[in-house]
Design a protein around this ligand. Structure first.
Ligand code: SF4
Length: 359
């Protein structure tokens, strides 16, 4: 059976009308599942019994079944492993950031867009699993719905100021390789009559699918774009990011320039620091020259080591030296310490561990 979150509002309206149920009932259904977060059709008291019977005969609410949920020791991070209807596994991560003087308290949900990934980045646990299939819109959207339910239990109903909830498409998979569903899911998150999460609080990441970056620039949706650059030159980048051979750095940077020109929004560049691979002063210097002309922000991310890769994180001395060079170019940057290392919170790591345990 299909998840209710796989349906657009207009399709549900048609379904209802074909089943002899008034179309306006869909607004009540929408409120119940996206705002009141009902987990069961029987909980929806605003709908007549024939609508509930119809929904139960042809739909399920959530397509996700929880397999494992883990909390980091410092309680800042929860990692969820979900089973889908075909027994495939995906992950979602919730990160809690408390007010630190510069930034407001916020909650970030890192969601998956594919089962596995075909792009095979060498430091990534998901890449090491290969590609299985695309996630549906319902499977993407439900990750946020389920976590929001947990947050409501944890923090109470005042947790309805969506400004402190961020969504990042940085879990398993390349979101722009599942383009139409990623865009539809982002619109669903942003829907004012539903989850009502500000577009500026939604970030879509890509490892560099150039044609899709250009498509995204033309979408009428104000989400953030994060580009995983990870190296300042083709030789270094192709070692860890194979898609660089298809879309080399010059093409990627040109697409980012075009994106900025069309949207007038900055691009967030992600740079995973790998000891001895991309973390030298000369890499930093090249990166500074490359990014200086762009309206952008750089996130430096010490890598989360994975079970099968040989890459280890750069030490803090190297990281700070790298950032000092970037500072000289006037590029705003942040060092983003990965959360939840003790629960394998990096993309694809919990699934890898689970598969190893299950054999
Ligand atoms: S880093 Fe992203 S794009 Fe690369 S293999 Fe992992 S999931 Fe795929």
């Amino acid at each position: 059976m299909i998840s209710i979150f796989d349906k657009k509002k207009e399709d549900l309206k048609l379904d209802f009308e074909n089943a002899g149920i008034k179309g306006y009932r869909v607004d009540q259904l929408w409120q119940a599942i996206y705002v009141d977060l009902s987990s069961d059709f029987d909980e929806i008291k605003t709908l007549p019994s024939e609508a509930i019977d119809y929904l139960k005969s042809s739909h399920v609410v959530s397509p996700l079944q929880l397999v494992v949920k883990r909390k980091s020791k410092d309680k800042s991070t929860d990692k969820y492993l979900w089973k889908l209807h075909d027994n495939k596994l995906i992950e979602t991560v919730l990160m809690r950031y408390d007010e630190d003087g510069h930034r407001r308290r916020r909650r970030t949900v890192c969601i998956s867009s594919q089962v596995g990934c075909a792009l095979d980045c060498k430091f990534c646990a998901t890449g090491q699993q290969g590609f299985s299939r695309q996630l549906t819109v319902g499977e993407i959207v439900s990750q946020v719905i389920e976590i929001k339910k947990d947050l409501l239990i944890e923090e109470g109903r005042p947790f309805n100021n969506e400004n402190n909830l961020n969504i990042v498409f940085m879990g398993m998979g390349e979101p722009l390789a599942n383009y139409s569903r990623t865009i539809e899911a982002a619109k669903r998150f942003n829907d004012q009559k539903g989850l009502n999460i500000g577009a500026r609080n939604i970030t879509i990441s890509t490892v560099g699918l150039v044609p899709k970056i250009l498509d995204l620039a033309e979408e009428n949706i104000q989400v953030n774009l994060a580009v995983s650059i990870h190296a300042p030159d083709d030789d270094t980048r192709s070692e860890t990011v194979p898609i660089n051979k298809t879309y080399p750095i010059t093409e990627l940077i040109n697409a980012c320039k075009k994106y900025i020109e069309i949207t007038n929004r900055k691009v967030f560049f992600e740079y995973v620091l790998l000891q001895g691979q991309n973390d030298s002063i000369s890499h930093a210097d090249k990166l500074g020259r490359l990014l200086k002309p762009l309206m952008c922000h750089l996130n430096l991310i010490p890598v989360n080591p994975t079970l099968k890769s040989n890459y280890i994180r750069s030490n803090s001395e190297k990281i700070n030296a790298f950032r000092e060079v970037i500072d000289k170019y006037g590029i705003p940057s942040t060092i983003r310490m990965e959360k939840g290392i003790d629960i394998n919170a990096g993309c694809g790591q919990l699934k890898s561990e689970y598969i190893e345990i299950e054999g």
